[in-house]
Design a protein around this ligand. Structure first.
Ligand SMILES: [Mg+2]
Ligand SMILES: [Zn+2]
Length: 100
């Protein structure tokens, strides 16, 4: 499945409710799911972690729909190399990517 196909499915499923809710409240739902993902990882609960990744992604896609952003287009730059250094294997200074 392409990202654009998933975004279209979510749009068809929820667009009426999403438009009524608006960006600010949709962002709160998204943030809540990010918190649930953090808890699932912290609790080392693999099944719940998988579920929360889905929730976070679905709410991110929903937020993109409300904002009129094509997510597949938005992330395309990463398929052409790291946005920082342009390389397919990132060569950015570790201070920028916080490895250590
Ligand atoms: Mg959740
Ligand atoms: Zn880089």
């Amino acid at each position: 499945m392409r990202i654009s196909e998933f975004q279209r499915i979510i749009n068809e499923m929820y667009s009426d409710k999403d438009r009524q809710r608006g960006s600010a409240k949709t962002f709160l739902w998204f943030a809540e799911e990010v918190g649930e993902l953090a808890s699932a990882i912290a609790n080392d609960d693999k099944q719940n972690t998988v579920e929360e990744f889905a929730d976070v992604f679905a709410w991110l896609v929903t937020l993109a729909n409300v904002e009129g952003v094509d997510l597949e287009d938005a992330v395309r730059k990463f398929t052409e190399g790291c946005p920082g250094c342009g390389k397919m294997e990132c060569q950015c200074d570790n201070k920028l990517t916080n490895v250590s």
